[in-house]
Design a protein around this ligand. Structure first.
Ligand code: ZN
Ligand code: ZN
Length: 174
């Protein structure tokens, strides 16, 4: 089964192809890139000014059914997201329906008041995308802080990760 990345056009522009290539190299899967419209989002929380990632994933499930898409599906959006009791999440995946979402909001240097850096945003988006797709491919979180499947709580933990699945995780990849 392949991977589809749906890139909401409002997300960071100009990095789609390198992110697609890195994710394909990392997972060993063929990756189709859809340069998409404004993906219809559910679950906006007006006080938090964030979207509920679980509700977005429900919506991805509907979208996949409507369009007959069997592949693992990763949605990339620029909107800040949260899940359950967390302040925010970089992304969320639900293996049962092969659907995941990542937000580039907190991957961009600008969010923290730093100068933009194209290499960093490519790196972070690819790592976070590969992480959520790793869940769709059946992987759990990993203790190795350099492994893609390590769960980062902060940007520095995300930056510490390498673009690789550790040997144990790689064994579980299809
Ligand atoms: Zn995870
Ligand atoms: Zn690992």
């Amino acid at each position: 089964m392949g991977i589809v990345i749906y890139w909401d056009y409002r997300s960071v522009d100009g990095i789609q192809l390198p992110v697609q290539r890195i994710i394909s190299d990392l997972t060993g899967c063929s990756v189709e890139l859809i340069l998409g419209d404004h993906f219809p989002l559910d679950g906006y929380h007006g006080i938090r000014r964030q979207y509920d990632a679980g509700r977005i994933i429900n919506r991805i499930g509907m979208f996949k059914r409507l369009h007959g898409i069997p592949d693992h599906f990763l949605l990339v959006i620029p909107d800040d997201i949260y899940a359950d009791s967390t302040d925010f999440v970089f992304g969320l995946a639900r293996e049962s329906i092969g659907s995941a979402v990542i937000s580039t909001a907190r991957l961009e240097n600008e969010y923290y008041g730093f100068e933009p850096d194209i290499h960093q945003i490519i790196d972070r988006t690819a790592k976070e995308g590969a992480h959520e797709l790793g869940h769709l491919l059946g992987l759990q979180h990993c203790e190795d802080p350099e492994c893609i499947m390590f769960k980062p709580e902060s940007l520095s933990e995300l930056d510490r990760k390498q673009k690789y699945f550790c040997p144990e995780c790689r064994l579980q990849l299809p």
